[in-house]
Design a protein around this ligand. Structure first.
Ligand code: ADP
Ligand code: MG
Length: 407
């Protein structure tokens, strides 16, 4: 049953489309270090060009808190998008509501593309302002949300704008929902692997996973809080003192739900994060010394996780298992990534990964094509997994109901 309009439901010939994509890619010193979000946004942009739409692309970048910030400009994206379009000229508008931008829009021809500057430079973006939405909607005939990865935000360019234009999900957005719905079947034997920095940002996900998965491995800095909750010394590791009770609660919930928990029983420690010239140690999870930091999972834990993969049907992964940006603390994440990729290719498991950092770690190892599915969503992937109602998706459903009844 159709729940919302998709790109292919509208006729774009000569019409102007407001397209929300996610161009929030990692940029270091003006250079894009991982293009995957841009690459995966191109299907919808190309479809619209081929169907003679005039395309206005909106995206956010970083968290500029409602004002201009040179470091968070979307200007470096323009050339990258143009390169994906065989060098086609792509315009850039510094302020989508300025009179200059209105002139640029008026001169667009069917098949032209204009990218607007970071929508979060407008403070009204994050307040889900109807007034701001209406002003943007006045610039176009249709709205398309291709940013599944932003759809957990009730922001103007995701939510409020759908009140003023016929609205559809873009091709990537549709692909995300179709793939996640198809692959993640909670009736099968699920092995969830979580890591990353904080429990506090992933509590509802952890609660959901322990009740639905057969097993849950916890790595990354997040595991340190669990080790602390078990009464172990974590030395000077990153952990969250105010989440120790949450960790205990999740461990109890796991016992009640018969979910097997895999915590790092060996870890890699060092006295500081920049371990080049520093000594690292492989040590049992309960024998960490006061001055040491836990920075990765150890070899026995890698083996345990690898063995557990083979006892599972579906593997869901969010969050790196160590401080992977700093060698050699990428070893645990890379090793698990290779095992998942191998078993997926051997058709022994189905694998789904999501989350900004874990996906960039998988890309770093060049293994992205060996997973069953990689979501572009970070927070959105987590909210989807936790079964939460996402504002961007609800907005598209409402828009569909409204327009279907009035047609
Ligand atoms: P994701 O984006 O995949 O959801 P997070 O944003 O939650 O992941 O966390 C990623 C961050 O966690 C990375 O910057 C990584 O360096 C950090 N991290 C993982 N393990 C550790 C650790 N043991 N100590 C310190 N930082 C860690
Ligand atoms: Mg992250």
């Amino acid at each position: 049953m159709q729940e919302f309009y998709t790109v292919k439901d509208f006729d774009y010939s000569g019409k102007t489309v407001i397209l929300r994509t996610d161009f929030n890619v990692p940029i270091v010193k003006g250079k894009i270090t991982d293009q995957s979000r841009i690459t995966r946004s191109m299907a919808t942009i190309k479809y619209l060009i081929e169907h003679k739409a005039k395309v206005i692309v909106l995206s956010h970048f970083g968290r500029p808190k409602g004002k201009f910030n040179h470091d968070m400009s979307l200007a470096p994206i323009v050339d990258a998008v143009s390169a994906h379009l065989k060098g086609k000229e792509v315009q850039f508008a510094y302020d989508i509501l300025s009179s200059k931008a209105k002139k640029q829009i008026a001169s667009l021809k069917p098949g032209d593309v204009l990218i607007a500057e970071n929508i979060r430079f407008h403070p009204e973006e994050e307040t889900n302002s109807k007034d701001f939405a209406k002003q943007i909607a006045n610039l176009g005939d249709y709205y398309i949300n291709d940013a599944f990865s932003c759809s957990h935000r009730a922001h103007t360019s995701i939510d409020a704008i759908t009140e003023f234009l016929p609205s559809a999900a873009g091709l990537l957005h549709e692909e995300e929902l179709t793939s996640l719905n198809k692959l993640i079947d909670y009736n099968k034997k699920i092995f969830a692997i979580t890591g990353g920095a904080k429990i506090s940002s992933k509590i509802s996900l952890l609660r959901q996973l322990v009740t639905k998965a057969s097993s849950l491995a916890i790595g990354g800095a997040m595991a340190n809080t669990f080790l602390k909750a078990k009464g172990f010394n974590v030395g000077s590791s990153l952990y969250e003192p105010d989440q120790i009770n949450t960790a205990k609660e999740i461990l109890n919930l796991a016992i009640e739900s018969k979910c097997k928990i895999i915590l790092p029983f060996d870890v890699i420690t060092s006295k500081n994060l920049n371990a080049i010239n520093q000594k690292c140690r492989v040590v049992d999870g309960n024998k960490v010394l006061n001055k040491e930091m836990i920075l990765d999972i150890g070899p026995q834990t890698i083996i345990e996780i690898t063995n557990n993969l083979l006892e599972s049907q579906i593997v869901i992964w969010n969050g790196p298992l160590g401080a992977f940006e700093h060698r050699p603390f990428d070893v645990g994440t890379a090793a698990v990534s290779r095992s998942i990729a191998k078993f997926t290719q051997q058709k022994k498991i189905i694998s789904v990964a999501g989350g900004g950092d874990v996906v960039s770690a998988i890309n770093q190892s060049g293994l992205e094509d060996s997973f069953s599915y990689i979501s572009t969503g970070g927070g959105a992937f987590l909210e989807w997994l936790a079964g939460e109602r996402m504002p961007g998706i609800l907005a598209l459903k409402k828009n569909y109901e409204k327009n279907r009844l009035s047609n």
